[in-house]
Design a protein around this ligand. Structure first.
Ligand code: BDP
Length: 659
């Protein structure tokens, strides 16, 4: 029986799957062969397209040349997710061994549109580069007094949880799963990594609620994962310890995990934040993080599950006056000695930078230093530090730089054998992501996880074509104009040259030049009357630069060879230091802050000129957010420029007002 396509609640934006995106598929004669639940999903998709645009769909007949499109089993083994695409003699053929592959093949045809049905096409094999392409939702079940329903969420409430329980109607979750499948995502963790008491219970007596979510996701090939607390055996099981080497603790996890799989046979596994920002972990028992992760890996192993153990471990209560402790070093220092000790189904999940999702950071040295460990790289699609979905900041180019960064001969994209993970930016907002243009970030993440070496601009093109299927060239051009360079623009008007932070403490929105300067979080810029930046060199600084192999350790070690955009991350330099660009640091700060604001003004005007080409609600929502972005960008410019003028006493060489 074909599975009906989820019906979007009234007023919810179809994002990159509007009905018109299916026009080319809908008007055809399609044959679908094979069986299994996901084949029914594929059938439902094609049937709906035919209903909208004519055409018809036939099941399980012989592929006798009477069809425009044939979707069915392929000849070779491409795993569950791979597919082939070819066109010959007027028939386009998608071949796949697994249901997921067939679904991804169908969405590929949707992306190609009419092109999929023109001329001939040599057979091409498509397979994801990374097996796990996952979103972590930092959603709380019960509204948290400080963090709200969704920690670092800028798109309304949770898609999953409301009033302290799983939502009653899950049609929107099905629709979300459909959107995710259409960009290649295959796993979702449904609760916050900071597991509070209510959320802890999802693992045991409330697993039924998680099972309902898993049921909603399954038809689109998405496995469900759960964040768990390391203290669960004490909190939920009444044990007196959570020591990972204690037999009763191990038994407790084995039993709890067995019951999870009774409820959700294809459960993906656990996500764990331990010994991090106050979360419990193995350090309390004098055990290592490999001991902790391996205990959970052992519980999951009989069922094929995976533990995602986060490497975000650092001291968040450090003495800010002590310059020898460097938060940037922490993940490497904690985990590199454990390389080779993690179980095969334990994945170490590493944030892409050594600090915390800043608009500019070097790529984490840990990623290149654990050859005997399965690593997943974690990105932040939710825009905590990149404008909180009030600013346009398309992160495709940043992620692509990260994924293409090379250690020795291997790129990050190749080292992330445990997958690519991101903190989701979606919520129950009618546009899913608060800022309608932030949908592009979610889509781009999924596509880069499938193909880390894809060109981000190409991916953006796909998003534009799908989201605005009838877009005239002027609209597509306008969208590129406001999105392509938006990350660089954001970087220009916020913290300079990789120094990071300078945000309002707590909520992290808007500027606060010294907001974190004298607090214990380890995030400093060390600006004084003579200069600014953090000396992380091996020779005179914290030694962080020495955590890289060559050539990076050498390149980052000296201010003369360090890339400009990371200069203040690696070095403390005088304001008159001349950058590789030829400008002084202080003049660079002034110039970029004026430029950044001017670029926002220009983008706002470009967007205004697109009125009439975009539906009014979407246009108005973006226009309104541009007002706020511009206000905030000006605030950043004025605070940062004034601050560095007052510290340095150096006026702007171009005579603009900095005071
Ligand atoms: C930081 C967020 C915090 C998260 C933490 C994490 O501010 O809310 O809990 O990361 O990744 O960026 O665990």
């Amino acid at each position: 029986m074909p599975l009906p396509v989820p019906v979007l609640p009234e007023g919810v934006d179809p994002a990159w799957l509007p009905p018109a995106a299916f026009r080319a598929v809908g008007g055809r004669r399609t044959l679908i062969r094979g069986s299994g639940p996901l084949v029914e999903t594929v059938h439902g998709e094609v049937a709906q397209a035919c209903q909208l645009f004519g055409g018809r769909v036939v099941r399980d007949a012989a592929p006798d040349g009477a069809y425009d499109l044939v979707l069915g089993p392929g000849a070779e083994d491409l795993g569950d997710e791979g597919f082939t695409l070819a066109r010959e003699g007027g028939t386009t053929t998608v071949g796949a061994c697994g249901g997921r592959g067939l679904l991804y093949g169908l969405f590929h045809v949707v992306r190609l549109g009419e092109d999929a049905f023109r001329g001939e096409r040599a057979r091409v094999v498509h397979r994801p580069a990374l097996a796990l392409r996952m979103l972590d939702h930092w959603d709380n079940v019960a509204v948290h007094p400080v963090m709200g329903q969704v920690e670092r969420g800028y798109a309304g409430g949770s898609l999953f949880w409301e009033d302290g329980r799983a939502r009653g109607g899950l049609e929107r979750v099905r629709a979300y799963g459909r959107l995710l499948a259409a960009c290649g995502i295959n796993a979702v963790a449904v609760n916050n990594v900071n597991v509070h008491e209510t959320e802890a219970r999802l693992l045991t007596d409330r697993i039924g609620e998680v099972a309902r979510l898993a049921d909603a996701f399954r038809p689109y090939g998405i496995r469900t994962h759960l964040s768990v607390t390391f203290a669960a055996p004490m909190l939920l099981g009444g044990l007196l310890t959570a020591d990972p080497l204690d037999g009763t603790v191990r038994d407790w996890w084995a039993g709890a995990t067995r019951r999870v799989y009774e409820a959700i046979p294809d459960f993906g596994g656990y996500v764990v934040k331990a010994d991090s920002e106050g979360r419990p972990g193995p350090f309390a028992y004098g055990r290592s993080h490999a001991d902790g992760a391996n205990m959970l890996a052992a519980a999951l192993d009989p069922f094929g599950g995976t533990v995602h153990w986060r490497a975000f471990v650092y001291d968040h209560r450090q003495d800010w006056r002590d310059r020898t402790t460097d938060r940037a070093r922490a993940a490497y220092d904690h985990f590199v000695p454990l390389d080779g000790e993690f179980a095969g189904n334990a994945v170490l999940q590493v944030k892409h930078g050594p600090m915390d999702f800043q608009a500019r950071e070097p790529v984490s040295p840990l990623i290149g230093a654990m050859p005997r460990t399965r690593l997943a790289v974690e990105l932040q699609v939710t825009q905590e530090y990149t404008g909180q979905q009030r600013h346009v900041c398309w992160l495709g180019p940043m992620w692509s730089e990260v994924l293409r960064f090379r250690y020795d001969d291997t790129r990050v994209g190749g080292l992330a054998r445990g997958g690519l993970v991101a903190v989701s930016n979606a919520g129950d907002d009618p546009f899913w992501t608060g800022h309608p243009l932030a949908q592009a970030n979610l889509y781009t993440f999924g596509r880069l996880a499938w193909r880390p070496d894809a060109g981000p601009r190409e991916v953006l093109d796909e998003w534009i074509q799908l989201t605005f299927p009838d877009a005239p060239a002027r609209l597509a051009g306008g969208l590129h104009a406001v999105l392509d360079g938006s990350w660089r623009t954001y970087e220009k008007y916020t913290a300079p040259l990789g120094v990071g932070f300078m945000v309002q403490p707590g909520h992290h929105y808007g500027p606060s030049v010294d907001g974190y300067e004298y607090s214990p979080w380890g995030t400093y810029h060390f600006a004084d009357r003579d200069g600014v930046g953090v000396d992380r060199s091996a020779a005179t600084g914290t030694g962080y630069a020495g955590q890289y192999g060559k050539p990076w350790s050498e390149l980052y070690e000296s201010p003369d060879t360090c890339p400009d955009e990371l200069l203040l991350f690696f070095h403390h330099v005088p304001y008159g230091h001349v950058l590789r660009s030829g400008k002084t640091v202080i003049q660079h700060i002034y110039d970029t802050h004026f430029e950044g604001v001017a670029e926002v003004e220009e983008a706002r005007a470009t967007w205004a000129s697109l009125a009439g080409l975009v539906d009014p609600a979407r246009h108005a929502r973006v226009a309104e957010r541009y007002e706020e972005q511009l206000r905030c960008a000006r605030e950043w410019r004025d605070q940062v420029n004034s601050y560095f003028f007052r510290k340095s006493g150096v006026p702007d060489a171009r005579g603009r007002r900095v005071y």
